[in-house]
Write a protein that binds this ligand. Structure first.
Ligand code: KIV
Length: 259
């Protein structure tokens, strides 16, 4: 097993696991100083490509961005989302996961659960590809963005799904938009770490989409805390640049290569 994965698994019940998404080298380089896990999420479909959902991002897009991210990541575990449709059967999943691993040199892939595809995790783990699971609101399979597992019965159903993901060999699992009741139950009953997004502090770790927490994506569900307002900072800089170009304050002689 990859040493970085072992280190992350050892954090369960000891210290929280910190994760964020990245789609390019410069951001990844900053995240790498602080994050246990950097995820190249298929959220790039919304965040970078302005699409309404994650469904049509291609494996080529994901690979291209991961090659860039990899240039900035030395210490964090680099996990890559397998896009919708790239793991719908085990032959396809193995072919695509092998390509992602070979071309990007990432550490692991993440696949979303549809409540039935546990054998895909098993098949990938069998060929030594580490897999992170993902349950709850799984954007590749669901359209309704809502809290899941908010009754005892639903919590038990989600726990069963999480247990199946663990039994299939996943090294960790993302819990997206899962009620505190369910995330507590699942985190307590699994041996692998749970990484929450919109799923309360009961999880072993947290993940957010970096562009959301930096205040630049324009999409801020209640579970996102904005740690910066980059949109305002960028606008201020662009405004100043515009002013200076128009007033011929920029460029000056100092901005010539030989100046
Ligand atoms: O695509 C993504 O960014 C994700 C996270 C939200 C977990 O899957």
């Amino acid at each position: 097993m990859n040493n970085k994965i072992i280190k992350i698994q050892k954090k369960k019940n000891k210290s929280k696991i910190v994760s964020l998404t990245a789609y390019s080298k410069n951001i990844a380089k900053i995240l790498d100083k602080y994050c246990d896990i950097v995820l190249v999420g298929d959220s790039m479909a919304n965040v970078l490509y302005g699409l309404n959902n994650t469904h049509s991002i291609s494996i080529e897009n994901i690979i291209q961005h991961t090659i860039s991210v990899k240039k900035g990541v030395k210490n964090s575990l680099l996990v890559v989302d397998m896009p919708k449709g790239t793991y719908s059967n085990s032959i396809l999943a193995k072919k695509n996961a092998k390509n992602i691993m070979r071309l990007t040199k990432c550490d692991a892939v993440k696949i979303e659960s549809n409540g039935r595809n546990f054998n895909i995790i098993k098949e990938l783990v069998k060929i030594k590809i580490p897999v992170m699971g993902h349950i709850g609101f799984t954007p590749q399979f669901k359209n309704n963005f809502k809290i899941e597992g908010d009754s005892k019965k639903k919590a038990i159903k989600l726990l069963k799904e999480a247990k199946n993901v663990e039994k299939s060999g996943a090294f960790s699992i993302v819990l997206e938009c899962i009620s505190p009741l369910s995330s507590k139950l699942i985190t307590k009953n699994l041996n692998i770490p749970t990484i929450g997004i919109g799923s309360s502090s009961h999880c072993d770790g947290q993940i957010l989409v970096t562009d959301d927490m930096l205040g630049i994506s324009g999409f801020y569900p209640k579970f996102v805390k904005k740690y910066a307002f980059l949109d305002r900072i960028i606008e201020k800089a662009v405004k100043k640049y515009t002013r200076e170009v128009k007033s011929k304050k920029f460029p000056t002689i100092k901005n010539f290569l030989n100046g």
